[in-house]
Ligand binder design. Structure first.
Ligand SMILES: Nc1ncnc2c1ncn2[C@@H]1O[C@H](COP(=O)(O)OP(=O)(O)OP(=O)(O)O)[C@@H](O)[C@H]1O
Length: 254
């Protein structure tokens, strides 16, 4: 298998009437940056957790490359920060690491020397970088980031994505990201998957931002994303770009 993770016909139900994920196919290859976008409650976190093997599947299968090393950064809001703990101790959870390794990871993520600080005393942006540092300690082949820039301001978001691209360039790790930051997320991604219980459309950022299903889902917000690309390429945005896969919500033909 050349893919790091390959999921086919994935359905997940949390017990409600409708499945949260409905026959989703998903693939991530070595070194790719893939971003999953979609409205609140569209199943993005559930997809990530299913790919990691953290939720039971109603149907389908998930294949992970044998021995795959994954660095997982869960949604920041889900991490208990109230407990008194230094950054250094946090970096040794769940796996103990040496001082030099911890220092190098903090340096790499742009927050050197924070070891003795309390987790509770960090800013949102600093904590995000500490979380990334901890994920990098396992030398991952795949970094999984769930809403990594939630709560950051615009410059903080741009800086974080730049850091992710640098890490990918240096380590060759693939990156799977869930994000709402439509304005900047597209630029950093090789491929975008637009999710709403099912895969509405997927492809290059350019192709997805021009797809009717994507526009319908994000409406006015998507205009900024389109503007971002207008000077990068020369096709007419009133036409559908080539190169994206159709989902059930796509009404057009090429
Ligand atoms: N453990 C759970 N038990 C019951 N329902 C759940 C559980 N986890 C998620 N859900 C429901 O599944 C749906 C999808 O949730 P999920 O967190 O995957 O969406 P999301 O796209 O990541 O949302 P958001 O953008 O708000 O983070 C939601 O309706 C949510 O309420």
């Amino acid at each position: 298998m050349t893919a790091l993770i390959h999921a086919t016909d994935l359905s997940v139900s949390h017990g409600g009437d409708l499945p949260v994920l409905n026959h989703v196919d998903f693939l991530i290859r070595p070194g790719e940056i893939v971003t999953v976008v979609g409205p609140n409650g569209s199943g993005k976190s559930t997809l990530v957790r299913a790919l990691l093997g953290h939720v039971a599947l109603a149907s389908g299968r998930v294949e992970r490359a044998p021995g795959l090393r994954i660095g997982y950064v869960p949604q920041r809001v889900h991490i208990e920060r109230a407990m008194p703990m230094t950054v250094r101790r946090f970096l040794s959870l769940p796996r103990r690491v040496g001082d030099a390794q911890a220092a190098a990871a903090l340096e790499r993520t742009g927050v050197p020397g924070l070891e003795r600080r309390q987790i509770t005393a960090l800013s949102g942006g600093q904590f995000q970088r500490v979380l990334l540092a901890r994920a990098l300690l396992s030398d991952p082949q795949l970094l999984v980031l769930d809403e990594p820039t939630q709560g950051l301001d615009q410059p903080g978001i741009v800086a974080f994505y730049k850091l992710i691209e640098e890490v990918r360039a240096e380590t060759g790790a693939a990156v799977l990201m869930v994000s709402h930051d439509l304005l900047v997320v597209m630029r950093a991604s090789d491929r975008v998957v637009c999710l709403n219980g099912h895969v509405c459309c997927e492809g290059t950022p350019q192709a997805v931002s021009a797809a009717p299903a994507y526009r319908a889902m994000f409406g006015a917000e998507s205009q900024g994303t389109l503007a971002l690309y207008q000077h990068h390429h020369d096709h007419d945005h009133d036409h559908v770009a080539e190169g994206h896969r159709h989902g059930p919500a796509c009404a057009h033909t090429h």
